[in-house]
Design a protein around this ligand. Structure first.
Ligand code: ZN
Length: 381
């Protein structure tokens, strides 16, 4: 179900990418030049490949071809330098008889696998803070709507077609988007930071660009959550395309409660109690939303870092815990896929459903001078 939601956030992203594809291509080209100058051919090939993809996306076929060729050249060079190293190793290890093991270990070290995690203090803190704030906001809205809607219970008053909708729309959602935005922006940034560190990226341009995009995504998601988007002046406006908005569920719950109450001949006070007691406004619902949205933004921050890094070619889905649902298991079973592809559930990154704790895995070629963390590839050796 959240497949559509992640898609919608990504549709916005891909619309935006079409506009900025040339800028992104230029940036990847510069990153490639940096790696090439440093003699990191595998990383240069990877970045040039990304530049070629972006130029193609931007409709610049000539540039795309040029960088495709450069990627090929540096790919060759990286194999060449690997062979040189292999020959060196062979000479060195022939003396002590350990050559085969050494060569295999070196080949395996080239592509690294790193798994990102949601088990961090930043995530826990954001979940707890957001759960509490959201519970207070939902409760206030429940009270407001109970007062507004209870008049519909009077049997003498025929409720008009638009009455419920008007009442529901009279609720003020802006405070929810604002508190949610604070927490989600912080956690998206934390996810991006974690991923950049694990990928060994400390380039200032990449880092600031990654943080900007991660935070923008989280801010847009906060508005989408209550069926809105931000206009150019930073004001919330209605967004008919919003996916997975909590307001959709709320509307359905309220309509049902009002219809039932009218049919049962409930008094205004009874209907008011029913609405305030709806699970849509409960602490449990607030907690579920908080946990789901925090992990969603954290994972989105990680994905943003992977995309912006220029070194990640593939990704995989990693399930968490013991009670894994079929949807997430299918995603994991798919194994590594292209970084721009969707998993079988239709999501391009976790989460696949509310309360999903799955994380994403990156396959990348580290820059030789990078501070990429070493411990994560230990299982491959
Ligand atoms: Zn999952």
């Amino acid at each position: 179900m959240s497949a559509q939601h992640v898609k919608s956030a990504n549709d916005a992203k891909s619309r935006e990418d079409k506009g900025t594809a040339p800028a992104r291509a230029d940036r990847f080209a510069r990153i490639g030049d940096k790696h090439a100058a440093a003699g990191n051919h595998a990383s240069a090939a990877s970045a040039y490949g990304s530049a070629a993809d972006r130029y193609k996306q931007a409709g610049n076929q000539a540039k795309s071809d040029e960088y495709r060729d450069k990627a090929g050249e540096h790919d060759e060079l990286s194999h060449g330098s690997r062979e040189d190293q292999a020959r060196d190793d062979q000479g060195r290890f022939a003396k002590d008889g350990g050559h085969t093991t050494a060569l295999v270990a070196r080949a395996r070290k080239r592509t690294k696998r790193v798994e990102f995690s949601h088990d961090t203090p930043a995530v826990k803190q954001a979940e707890a803070a957001l759960s509490k704030k959201l519970a207070a906001q939902l409760k206030a809205i429940g009270k407001h709507l109970a007062a507004k809607l209870s008049r519909l219970a009077k049997p003498t008053k025929m409720s008009e077609e638009g009455d419920e909708r008007d009442a529901i729309e009279s609720a003020d959602w802006a405070p929810i988007a604002a508190v949610v935005s604070d927490e989600l922006e912080a956690v998206a940034r934390a996810g991006a930071k974690q991923a950049l560190a694990k990928l060994g990226i400390d380039d200032e341009d990449i880092t600031s660009q990654t943080f900007t995009k991660a935070v923008d995504w989280a801010r847009a998601r906060a508005a989408e959550l209550v069926g809105k988007s931000w206009d150019d002046d930073g004001e919330l406006i209605d967004n008919p395309d919003a996916e997975m908005a909590i307001t959709d569920t709320m509307r359905d719950d309220i309509r049902e409660a009002v219809a039932d109450a009218i049919e049962a001949g409930d008094s205004a006070a009874e209907l008011s109690d029913t609405i305030e007691g709806l699970s849509a406004f409960s602490e449990a619902r607030a907690d579920m939303i908080a946990r789901s949205e925090v992990v969603r933004s954290h994972a989105s921050g990680q994905m943003t870092a992977m995309r912006e890094s220029g070194v990640v070619k593939q990704k995989a889905w990693s399930t968490a815990g013991e009670d894994v649902c079929d949807e997430c298991q299918d995603n994991e079973d798919e194994g590594p896929i292209d970084i721009d592809d969707d998993f079988p559930s239709g999501d391009d990154a976790p989460i696949a459903h509310p309360l999903c704790r799955c994380s994403v895995v990156a396959y990348f070629e580290p820059t030789d001078d990078s501070g990429a963390e070493e411990e994560d590839d230990s299982e491959d050796e």
